[in-house]
Design a protein around this ligand. Structure first.
Ligand code: CTP
Ligand code: ZN
Length: 163
């Protein structure tokens, strides 16, 4: 079990044995990170640490996941909504790999096209919404099927809402 303890004025969630720690998430975005990863709470064990102090960000969220394999490509998609996030791969309590998330050249299956007539929005077609990354610092995506652009505001709105 993941236990919590209070140390000083900080709430600490215990270290994990094996899994992924997503650190340096902008405050308030932990749930959006779960949506990007398509985790709904039934997979593995997940701890959300929200609004804790961070030297780098002032405040931050952290997500810890045990018992669910996640590939680097999947994890890099987190940069859509949390470009400051760092991924820590944990094995037997040690951090064996650490990297900064980086947006890939294409984004598939995470956000929907906002053109209702796009083939990816037709229930009888099985085209999966796929976007070319036009700009990655402040993400701008373009639908490969119909050319519609998705701005950072569109992306945030989709991943902040219930789906
Ligand atoms: N962590 C964890 N379980 C472990 C090892 C680490 O939950 N067995 C968490 C730590 O609590 C921290 C993150 O993984 O939130 C990264 O760990 P570490 O690299 O040890 O921390 P820092 O050096 O503070 O990381 P950074 O330099 O990236 O800020
Ligand atoms: Zn489209």
């Amino acid at each position: 079990m993941m236990s919590t303890e209070v140390k000083g004025k900080e709430l600490i969630v215990s270290k994990i044995r094996d899994g992924i720690v997503i650190d340096h998430i902008p405050v308030g975005r932990a749930l959006m990170v779960l949506r990007v990863l398509r985790l709904r709470g039934g997979e593995g064990r997940i701890a959300l640490v929200m609004n804790v102090e961070s030297r780098r960000l002032g405040r931050k969220d952290i997500v810890k996941i045990e018992g669910k394999e996640l590939g680097d490509d999947e994890l890099n998609l987190i940069s859509l909504i949390a470009p400051t996030a760092t991924i820590n791969v944990i094995k037997d309590y040690a951090v064996i790999k650490k990297f900064q998330v980086k947006l890939p050249d294409a984004v598939k299956g995470v956000v929907k096209c906002r053109n209702p007539r796009c083939i990816t929005n037709q229930p009888r077609e099985d085209a999966v919404a796929t976007f070319k990354v036009i700009r990655s610092d402040q993400p701008l995506l373009q639908c490969l099927y119909c050319g519609t652009y998705l701005t950072i505001d569109d992306i945030n709105a989709q991943l902040a809402g219930e789906r």
